[in-house]
Design a protein around this ligand. Structure first.
Ligand code: HEM
Length: 530
């Protein structure tokens, strides 16, 4: 009888091992060839792992998330094409990376018949609280966008954003002690900008006026403010930690879970309260949340959102609407500190348009240079640095011939291929921006906010719904700050501004792009208008 022992004694483990290894190598070679075929043999990088792989150590075979930043001046030049492929041979799907707006238009353009959808990971990252405009694909996405749309097309929304930003700016300067000082040193600017942008989105988005100095909760209980802050600070944990991890009995997990419950209950009661007000004929408040509930009340049947979806949208707005803006505010102030001539030009515009009076929403359209400053800062440090899509079926892309055109050619793309819209690459593409490395807000003077060149907010029907919200908030905040304060970087002895930029403004790529902790000094201008 053949027993396990006799069998084991007769097996040559070296041969078995070599055979397995051979099978493995053959399977990887076949996988690699299938990957190359899936992207029509488009030239590009060959890696071990799928890109963008953010969790494992990066190196030659796993360039990771930082590829698009580290190779921002070389990736497309190296392959002499605005669209390249990245094909892994160990694990994962092949991808195409593009810095071309023409190719981007085909991928994010949407339309009911589009072959391109958001991949599962990117949807999972944004639907913690329920399906919403960020997480869904057509035809579901259209339903969400339709309900959210009216809140973002009404002038009253932006008047509200302006007055809220104005109020919170003054609350901040009073609470932080700036009003009583002529010089303020801030070691980590991001702590303030994040708090600022969160308070603005809560007030303008949801009608929740959070005081700048929120008192801590009593008796270990999680109050609404703490729950909101904890959610905003730990959103990455909610996205990536599996449900069972979130239920583990550790105090920190318990606190986050309690916060999540407090938020869910609060939001549910808010939806009910607003719905009752609207049904009772009360005047609708002008925050985005109230307008969203009203728009939903006016819909019927399949086009109506469920309560979970309404709450899902509320959180998608909070998530999308504060980190991006907050990080950009830090970048803008850092760049102003490095470029005093630009700062002076901005100051002059503020004084010419606003002078000593309180800035009002009607000034928004006149403060074109301040808006250009915001565009240019986002161009160099785009907070939404890449967009992910995946081919849900075999499709075709038209790409420039010989890499950069002017002619075009079609390439077949197989189902399952990933597409990375490289927003960093687009912003540095010399075909759209001359001298792309240069910080030059004047390149935006006279450019309409509807222009496709303002591409850091994406293009086409799925462009950022909150872009005007961000523009209005930014122009109001920067106008108030630049009029009152001169910004300069806090540098080490003997350090130059270029060295400071290299040390501090180092991008960190997580869900959004941010830069290192920013130390700045504010010096009060002698008086407004001088
Ligand atoms: C500097 C500020 C901002 C930048 C750079 C930015 C950028 C972007 C980009 C690139 C997208 C497209 C994402 C994709 O298709 O995968 C997007 C979508 C979105 N953004 Fe923004 N955003 C900013 C501020 C805001 C604000 C303030 C809000 C809300 C008040 C907001 C809400 C949204 C929403 C809801 C979407 C999804 C739209 C859809 O898929 O239909 N964003 N944003």
């Amino acid at each position: 009888m053949v027993t396990y022992d006799t069998l084991a004694a007769n097996v040559d483990w070296r041969i078995a091992g070599s055979t397995l290894l051979l099978f493995f190598i053959v399977s990887r070679v076949l996988k690699f060839i299938r990957g190359l075929k899936a992207v029509s043999w488009l030239p590009g990088l060959r890696t071990a792992l799928e890109q963008p792989e953010g969790l494992l150590p990066t190196g030659r075979w796993n360039p990771g998330l930082y590829l698009i930043w580290n190779e921002r001046f070389t990736l497309y030049q190296k392959w002499n094409s605005e669209t390249v492929s990245i094909v892994p041979f160990l694990t994962g799907k092949p991808a195409i990376y593009t810095s071309s707006l023409e190719v981007t238009r085909q991928i994010v353009g949407g339309g009911p018949k589009s072959a391109w959808v958001k991949p599962e990971l990117s949807s999972r990252a944004t639907n913690i609280w329920g399906d919403n405009v960020l997480s869904t694909n057509n035809p579901e996405w259209r339903k969400h966008r339709r309900i959210l749309g009216p809140a973002f097309t009404q002038t009253s929304t932006y008047v509200h954003v302006w007055s809220t930003t104005h109020r919170i700016y003054h609350e901040m300067t009073a609470s932080e002690g700036w009003d009583a000082s002529d010089e303020v040193e801030i070691q980590v600017l991001q702590k303030l900008t994040t708090k600022f942008a969160l308070n603005v989105i809560l007030a303008s988005g949801f009608g929740i006026a959070l005081p700048w100095d929120t008192p801590p909760g009593q008796g270990g209980e999680v109050n609404l403010q703490q729950a909101l802050r904890a959610f905003a600070d730990n959103v990455t944990y909610f996205i990536f930690a599996p449900e069972w991890v979130q239920r583990l009995p550790f105090p920190w997990f318990k606190k986050l879970a309690a916060g999540r419950r407090v938020l869910a209950e609060y939001m549910r009661s808010q939806v009910e309260e607003r719905r009752a007000e609207i049904r009772g004929g009360a005047e609708v408040k002008s925050d985005v949340f109230s307008l969203l509930v009203r728009a939903n009340e006016e819909e019927e049947g399949k086009l109506k959102l469920s309560d979970t979806e309404v709450i899902g949208n509320v959180f998608s707005l909070m998530f999308a609407g504060h980190e991006t803006t907050a990080h950009t505010f830090s970048v803008v102030l850092g760049l102003l500190g490095i470029y005093p001539d630009v700062q002076q030009e901005m100051y002059e515009e503020v004084i010419n348009v606003v002078g000593n009076r309180d800035p009002v929403y009607d000034d928004f359209g006149k403060l074109q240079k301040i808006l250009a400053l915001f565009y240019e800062s986002v161009r160099l440090y785009p907070s939404a640095y890449m967009l992910l899509r995946q081919a849900a079926e075999d499709t075709v892309l038209t790409i420039p011939e010989d890499g950069w055109g002017p002619g075009t050619r079609s390439i077949a793309i197989e189902k399952g291929t990933q597409a990375v819209i490289d927003i960093v690459g687009i912003q540095l593409n010399p075909r759209y921006f001359t001298d792309p490395e240069k910080f030059d807000p004047s390149r935006w003077y006279g450019v309409s906010s509807d222009s496709e060149t303002v591409s850091a907010w994406s293009i086409g029907p799925r462009t950022c719904i909150g872009r005007k919200f961000a523009f209005v908030e930014a122009v109001c905040f920067l106008t108030l700050l630049i009029r009152e304060w001169y910004v300069e970087p806090i540098m080490k002895p003997g350090e130059t501004t270029a060295e400071w930029r290299e040390r501090i403004m180092v991008p960190k790529l997580m869900i959004t792009l941010s830069v290192g902790n920013m130390p700045i000094r504010l010096k009060r201008r002698a008086s407004r208008g001088q």
